[in-house]
Design a protein around this ligand. Structure first.
Ligand code: RRO
Length: 303
């Protein structure tokens, strides 16, 4: 009755709900909760070239309306992930997005090259915004020139659509988004987590060994919406909104602000089958409000 499809230009998704990297494992873990075919797309946990153990515990810490994480990107390495991707592709035809990571530009390029060759992979998401590396969470997405250079290098070696995932931990997110667009990004996703910290009164120590950690969940939704609004005004490529989405109403608010699609993250940890509920809620609200397609409200915020 209503058209839930989300047109990113380079691909049309059946609906705007994409599960976010790091909150959806390697997808196969979720098939006991719901049929993966229902999703618009899913992003796998970020991957480096070689296996990594990740940070030592604690890795997560609950806050009022949010979750702090310092996972530190554990993973099996690109070779092993290739095998997993082949397995997932047999389970579902939902588009698979690889979240590409690297400690150096060379490593980002190597990882992108590996997954560019796989027909099972639909898109790459360049994670230039991981907050949990050492050095106080510095990452390429905090520097315009680095963003441009890295995105441009990756764009030259891949034929897949390239999503660039931005960090909210910057002074001027629009200039970073413009650098990514000029570098050749096909799409921007934002936001990764906000840097925060937690302290333990008993031990008088910080909760996390790296001191800082990434905050996600409903606490960041208003902050994310503001940054998404700014980026939508600044670039001509589609934007995928991320930040504390827990309901279908949240999704439609992000679309109204100008996002073409969304990623849902923390809710997957709280409620593994949340995607099913959220997609149904979007449909119900659209029917009730006589919204026939997402395009009808996309970016139509009255200022
Ligand atoms: O693994 C992590 O600690 C992590 C990553 Br790669 C990221 O991009 N965002 C986040 O909050 N945590």
């Amino acid at each position: 009755m209503v058209d839930l499809s989300s047109d990113l230009g380079f691909i049309k998704l059946k609906n705007p709900v994409i599960t976010a990297s790091g909150t959806f494992g390697y997808a196969e873990e979720f098939q006991d909760f719901f049929n993966l075919d229902i999703l618009g797309a899913f992003v796998l946990k970020g991957i480096y070239k070689d296996p990594k153990p990740g940070n030592s515990p604690p890795r997560i810490h609950e806050t009022a309306s949010g979750l702090l994480n310092s996972i530190g990107l554990p993973g099996p390495g690109a070779k092993e992930l290739q095998k997993i991707v082949k397995k997932i592709h047999k389970l579902t035809k939902t588009p698979i997005i690889i979240n590409v990571c690297g400690d150096t530009d060379e490593e980002y390029i190597e990882v992108a090259e590996i997954f560019d060759k796989m027909d099972e992979v639909t898109m790459l998401e360049l994670n230039i915004s991981c907050p949990n590396i050492k050095m106080g969470g510095k990452c390429p997405a905090q520097d315009e020139k680095h963003t441009y250079k890295l995105v441009n290098q990756i764009k030259h070696i891949t034929s897949k659509p390239l999503i660039v995932k931005l960090s909210p931990n910057v002074n001027d997110i629009s200039s970073i988004a413009i650098s990514a667009e000029e570098g050749g990004a096909d799409c921007i996703s934002l936001v990764n987590t906000f840097l925060g910290m937690a302290v333990d009164l008993d031990s008088k120590k910080p909760v996390f060994k790296n001191l800082f950690a990434g905050l996600s969940g409903p606490a960041i939704k208003p902050l994310a919406l503001k940054l998404i609004w700014e980026v939508v005004q600044s670039v001509h490529i589609p934007v995928i909104g991320i930040g504390g989405i827990f309901s279908g109403k949240d999704v439609l608010e992000f679309i109204l602000t100008g996002a073409s699609a969304v990623q849902i993250g923390t809710i997957n940890i709280v409620e593994p089958s949340a995607s099913v509920r959220i997609i149904k809620e979007i449909e119900d609200i659209m029917i009730k409000s006589n919204i026939k397609s997402l395009d009808e409200i996309k970016g139509k915020l009255k200022i």
